[in-house]
Design a protein around this ligand. Structure first.
Ligand code: AMP
Ligand code: MG
Length: 313
């Protein structure tokens, strides 16, 4: 299959109308989308990515008006979260509307929904005029793509179209919040922090890992992994500086020579750079990547989640 790489959101939307799949930019990571009402189109996403069929997809819409075609009901606290955080890096899990293909939700009765805060994504989604189911646009298990080049390196020849945009500004996926119970429960940490959510709904809590797996089966898989071994370190002296090893973190030690090194000024920069860094390491045949641990507040919670998942062997 030939992969068209385009800057035209109209060309990309035509693919969706024709039952095809398209990669598109968002502020979190690049997504791989299909018409969420069209089971045959959605199936192509799972095939292209090699994604297990029990891992549900997030449905993306252009505006609040489209939410009613995706979900069947919503508690008052979810309305408040939408008012505060949509558009943005937040996915709400709500009871699904029957028009949404059950392939999208991996057979669950709930559906994840999000409005990206990204100009091209919003223009593209508006032009599609249907909700677009989209997981990250990478081969299943590899680091999520934060650039169109990363999408190309994973999916060239496997998908018909890539909508080109700038590198993703947030760089980690959305926060997934279960809104099917009495209070919001975070299933996956991401771009919107626990602290931000608690300011609006103070009862918001984190789900424990085992319970998360039953609610959100996809999280049990090995994720976000480069080819290299990933180690989490709290201190530079725990590292073995070699040409074949790499380091990403907030602190620098001039003495340590690595094959590749990324010193981030802030946690936000760390989150934005992480998946791109993993991919750069793979290109350079790095064998070991040391990731500095950060405190699990703010975006630090999502960084630690991603580097832990990347470090499971
Ligand atoms: P990805 O976009 O590749 O990061 O994958 C989407 C993730 O969203 C899944 O792995 C789940 O964790 C979550 N998700 C999507 N829909 C649901 C749902 N209906 N219930 C629970 N979690 C969901
Ligand atoms: Mg993914």
């Amino acid at each position: 299959m030939r992969t068209t790489i385009t800057t035209s959101y109209k060309t990309a939307a035509e693919h969706i109308s024709n039952g095809q799949i398209v990669a598109f930019p968002t502020e979190t990571v690049y997504g791989l989308g299909a018409n969420a009402f069209d089971g045959a189109a959605v199936k192509k996403i799972f095939t292209a990515k090699g994604r297990p069929s029990d891992n549900p997809l997030i449905v993306h819409v252009a505006d609040i008006g489209q939410i009613a075609s995706v979900v069947s009901s919503m508690p008052r606290y979810a309305e408040k979260l939408i008012e505060e955080f949509f558009p943005g890096p937040l996915t709400l899990v709500l009871p699904k509307n029957k028009k949404i293909s059950s392939l999208v939700t991996a057979g669950l009765t709930s559906v994840g929904i999000r409005i990206p805060n990204h100009l091209i994504a919003k223009k593209f989604l508006k032009e599609c005029s249907v909700p677009v189911a989209a997981p990250s646009a990478n081969i299943s298990g590899s680091p999520s793509p934060t650039t169109w080049q990363a999408v190309k390196s994973d999916l060239n020849g496997r998908i018909p179209c890539i909508l080109k945009g700038n590198p993703s500004q947030i760089g980690v996926e959305s926060t997934v919040v279960d809104c099917t119970g009495n209070t919001p429960v975070i299933l996956r940490a991401g771009g919107v922090t626990l602290e931000q959510l608690r300011k609006i709904i103070p009862s918001t809590r984190l789900q424990k890992r085992q319970q998360t797996i039953s609610k959100s089966p996809g999280v049990k898989y090995r994720h976000y992994s480069p080819m290299a071994y990933v180690f989490i370190v709290s201190n530079m002296t725990e590292t073995v500086p070699l040409k074949s090893s790499a380091y990403i973190g907030l602190h620098n030690n001039e003495k340590n020579q690595f094959g590749l090194k990324k010193i981030c000024r802030t946690e936000a920069e760390y989150a934005r750079s992480l998946f791109h860094f993993f991919r750069e390491c793979d290109k350079k045949d790095i064998e070991t990547i040391y990731c500095e641990s950060v405190s699990e507040d703010g975006i630090g919670l999502a960084i630690m989640d991603r580097i832990r998942k990347a470090s499971y062997q």
